[in-house]
Design a protein around this ligand. Structure first.
Ligand SMILES: Cc1ncc(COP(=O)(O)O)c(C=O)c1O
Length: 918
């Protein structure tokens, strides 16, 4: 079955059906209000026609939502037919208000048609009638008659008890397709009840709704047998929204259903209609996600009276309340935070270093939520998580492949672990002075090179940043699959510092470490894979390296081990206090091979006084994403998309600025789908699903890179002097001619509107300034723009490690011992400085001397090391450094010059290499 069989109405200007819904309700409110005014017959008829056509679009949309609900919607039509224009305007106004303010979630009376016509449900009096408990919607999937639907609605409502912790309303859809649309569209759905009578196809023809179907894998809906619809739906929901609870009613025998894969189905009911049992199960499922064990333990601890006879005078706020000088701190933070500050690990609390109580439970819940086998919390950011994983996995002398523009914590991790490092070059974006990501071909080439040199047994780990700071996202599944075909037990560390949210966006999830680990694990167990591999093996028996580089490789199912780690800065993209991060693990060999070493590494890097507030915020952050991550991420993507469109098509802003498109950030060879931009005036919105399924790299839409070259300001000046100083807008990253706007789950429509307003203001000021400028001033401006657009030094590739720091120089593989170089530089007598101005460097090079860096040299921007300890300094790097006009270069002291090893120091090393393999 394919979406698209029926004639569809095209609504290409809307990125999502949510936007369309909001827009149509607003238009309906305006049109119904208009009808209450004195109008000529012609205007009245026009207004009525408009109302009917708006309702035609809204009708299929509203079938998927509990509020305002089907009956209410029909009543709106009836009011129009009856000519009750005041009542009509009133009900539509009240629905719009309730939708905008979300008050329908708090007030059960909003679901009553008469209340909506007569009352003003936003009143405080009405609000108070409703109990403020969390609200959600339950999707019932069955081909109900209207009478059956009304009966079930009534029965489920009668199950409500005052002590229920949550309130829910049912939504009814008749088919598997409708159910899939509903779970992708209606973010209020937390639970799905799949019943016997469901059909396959949807009757609805609105194209924008069917777009959700294209986000399923191509073959997901092929060959679904009629009696299989129920179990199939359970499986599909697990793929799309794994966080949802699903209950299945079946009339098949226990034996038949027991062996079936039912996705995340919580419970199967055998044809019984025990509604109370169902009601209790629905509540229990949501409670399970809602419960935040460590946060709860901490709030309870804070309420208990305790006498403190150990460290932490701030605990219970004692040192503050008794103070004459720091009371303002107490006033600012409030008492709760101090009541919750303690160094105790008992009394209902737990120890992060040896968790056995609520922290252990909180980590288990996080593992479930993020699709990991094990999850570990960290209170010192992903910088620490990265070092923990590297230390746990890598032994001195092991070879690790790392993207060179990775975060500095990895480079330091390599030093600490004593790894032999192979730096991988990302594709450069020279026009914007930034890097993309490491192409598949480069990774395979390095692995094959190491294989040819007989070193594959020492290759331990591949470490990549996904997504990159600028939003380039790898095809994680493909990278792991092809690498495992060359080295079947390779360990992957995905630095997902910027990608914690991705699990909760269905398209994004497909490119996360944990999702792909589970997917590959399942794949390699299957008979289908085994059969495909047998054929592949026959075909590839004598393949040479070039063929291997060009072919999509498949690992041997008998040898492959799935070993994946992902480190996420929860605090960067989800709700958590600063430094709250998580390590997620899906490693088949964790228990046998890693657990002990991981424990040691965790102890090495974790404070014995971890911050409880950070841990509690990680626990609550997990609760939030499991219950509303899907909604928040959908909205975030929508807002980022609107921002892109608004900037690139605003006549004034686009004179000076433009948002880099997918095509500008990802070269065509990595975009099989052919996608060029997320929106263009000719075709409207592109559906990103195809690109996210197939392309080697995709662009995270939530990161918006703005080219500022046309304004004549470089990225840094624009960030500090224009955005920050003049308009109070903070951003993080810049390149020579770009700035990066990051949206997050807290970004609101108003903040987007404010940013656009500011850009309009900046552009109109520029316009005015240029209008008043003299011919000379205009020329200077044009020169600046040209320089920012064209005079960009090419980004240098990694040169190589000096032979003194290479274990087996001469046989062509590039790994180097960064640790020896790092510590050798502690001896000042082995180091000297060369200025980069003048020609001192060239003079030395001309003598044939290899200049070797003692240290990391990191210019900001671009923010990655252009030199690492032990690296040979190339002419290309020097040219780049000279061309950089940035003020902040870590590891470089302009008054002294580049710090390099003396020739004598290197000569002694060459005679007797400092490094030895294990
Ligand atoms: C790719 C990457 N990894 C790791 C980190 C460090 O994360 P944290 O700030 O949580 O220590 C950062 C920080 O910006 C980063 O960009």
């Amino acid at each position: 079955m394919k979406a698209g069989k029926k004639a569809k109405t095209s609504l290409g200007e809307y990125y999502s059906a949510l936007q369309l819904r909001t827009d149509r309700w607003t238009a309906l409110r305006i049109a119904t209000e208009q009808l209450t005014q004195e109008l000529s017959d012609r205007r009245r008829q026009e207004a009525e026609r408009k109302i009917r056509s708006l309702m035609e679009v809204l009708y299929p949309i509203e079938l998927y939502w509990a509020f305002p609900g089907h009956d209410t919607f029909l009543r709106i039509g009836a009011l129009l037919d009856e000519g009750r224009v005041e009542a009509l305007a009133n009900i539509v106004r009240n629905i719009c208000r309730a939708l905008m303010s979300n008050s329908y979630r708090r007030n059960p009376h909003h679901h009553d048609v008469d209340e909506l016509i007569e009352g003003s449900p936003d009143d405080e009096s009405n609000e108070k009638r409703g109990k403020e408990i969390p609200y959600f919607e339950v999707l019932f999937v069955d081909n109900f008659s209207p009478v059956q639907e009304a009966n079930l609605r009534r029965t489920m409502a009668s199950m409500r008890r005052p002590e229920d912790p949550f309130m829910y309303e049912p939504v009814f859809v008749p088919s598997l397709t409708d159910a899939l649309i509903a779970v992708m569209f209606n973010h209020n759905v937390q639970t799905v009840v799949v019943r016997n009578g469901l059909k396959l196809e949807s009757e609805q023809t609105l194209e924008i709704l069917h777009r959700y179907m294209s986000r399923l894998d191509e073959d997901a809906l092929q060959d679904v047998e009629p009696k299989e619809y129920g179990p199939e739906l359970c499986r599909l929901i697990a793929r799309l929204r794994p966080e949802l609870d699903v209950f299945l009613f079946t009339d098949q025998s226990v034996e038949e259903i027991a062996g079936a894969d039912l996705g995340n189905c919580r419970r199967v009911f055998y044809n019984q209609e025990d509604h109370l049992e169902l009601h209790l199960n629905i509540l229990r499922g949501v409670s399970d996600r809602f419960e935040a064990p460590f946060f709860n333990a901490l709030t309870q601890y804070a309420r208990k009276p305790t006498g403190v006879f150990h460290a932490m005078p701030i605990s219970r706020g004692k040192s503050i309340t008794r103070s004459h000088w720091i009371k303002d701190m107490g006033d600012f933070y409030g008492m709760n935070i101090f009541l919750a500050e303690t160094s105790a690990t008992s009394g209902g609390l737990d120890s992060l270093l040896e968790p056995s109580g609520p922290i252990k439970k909180a980590q288990e819940k996080a593992a479930r939520a993020f699709g990991a086998k094990q999850t570990f919390f960290s209170t010192n950011g992903t910088s620490t998580c990265n070092k923990i994983v590297v230390q746990a996995i890598v032994r001195p002398g092991d070879i690790v492949l790392v993207d060179r523009d990775c975060h500095k914590s990895h480079h330091y991790g390599m030093v600490l672990a004593g790894a032999q490092v192979v730096y991988l070059d990302s594709y450069p974006l020279n026009d914007f002075s930034m890097y993309g990501a490491v192409p598949m071909r480069e990774i395979k080439h390095r692995l094959l090179e190491l294989k040819a040199a007989g070193k594959l047994d020492r290759v331990r780990m591949l470490l990549l940043t996904n997504c990159t700071f600028d939003g380039v996202v790898y095809n994680v599944e493909r990278v792991m699959e092809e690498c495992l075909a060359i080295k079947p037990d390779l360990v992957f560390l995905w630095d997902e510092a910027w990608f914690a949210f991705a699990r909760f966006g269905p398209a994004y999830r497909r490119r996360t470490g944990m999702h792909c680990a589970a997917l590959l694990r399942e794949r390699y167990r299957s008979d289908d894979y085994r059969a495909a591999w047998a054929k592949y093996q026959e075909k590839m028996a004598d393949a040479d390296d070039e063929t291997l580089l060009k072919t999509r490789l498949m690992p041997d199912p008998d040898k492959v081990r799935v070993r994946v780690y992902a480190c996420q800065s929860t605090h960067k993209t989800l709700t958590s206090l600063r430094q709250g991060s998580m390590i997620h693990v899906h490693d088949q060999d964790f228990k046998d091979e890693v657990e002990q070493a991981f424990h040691e590494a965790y102890m090495t890097h974790t404070s014995t006084s971890p911050n409880y507030q950070i841990i509690a915020s990680l626990d609550v952050g997990r609760r939030q994403v499991e219950l509303e991550g899907f909604e928040f991420i959908q909205r975030q993507v929508e807002q980022a998309m609107s921002l892109r469109k608004a900037i690139n098509h605003h006549p004034l802003i686009s004179k000076y600025f433009h948002v880099l498109t997918v095509a500008e950030m990802i070269p065509a060879e990595y975009r099989k789908s052919g996608i060029k931009s997320y929106w263009d005036p000719e075709h409207g919105w592109s559906d990103i699903a195809e690109a996210w399924g197939e392309d080697e790299f995709v662009l995270d839409a939530t990161r918006v890179t703005l080219s500022v070259a046309g304004s004549g300001w470089d990225g840094d000046t624009f960030k500090n002097q224009i955005l920050m100083d003049k308009h109070g807008i903070q951003i993080n990253k810049t390149s020579r001619n770009t700035v990066l706007f990051m949206t997050n789950i807290g970004t609101t429509r108003s903040s987007i509107a404010y940013l656009i307003e500011v850009l309009v203001k900046i552009a109109s000021d520029l316009d005015e300034r240029l209008d008043d400028a003299s011919a000379v001033e205009k020329k200077i401006f044009e020169r600046k723009v040209k320089a920012l657009r064209e005079d960009l030094p090419p980004l240098p590739d990694f040169s190589c490690f000096h032979d003194a720091f290479r274990l087996s120089s001469g046989n062509g593989t590039p790994e180097g011992d960064i640790r020896s170089a790092f510590f050798l530089a502690y001896d000042e007598s082995k180091c000297e400085y060369l200025p980069i101005e003048g020609n001192a460097i060239e003079k030395e090079m001309a003598t044939g001397r290899e200049l070797v860096s003692t240290t990391f040299v990191i210019p900001y921007p671009p923010g990655f090391p252009i030199l690492v300890p032990g690296q040979v300094i190339s002419q290309e790097i020097i040219t780049f450094m000279r061309a950089l006009d940035v003020k902040e270069i870590h590891g470089y002291r302009p008054e002294l010059g580049l710090r390099i090893f003396t020739a004598a120091a290197l000569a002694t090393l060459e005679a007797k290499p400092v490094i030895q393999a294990m």
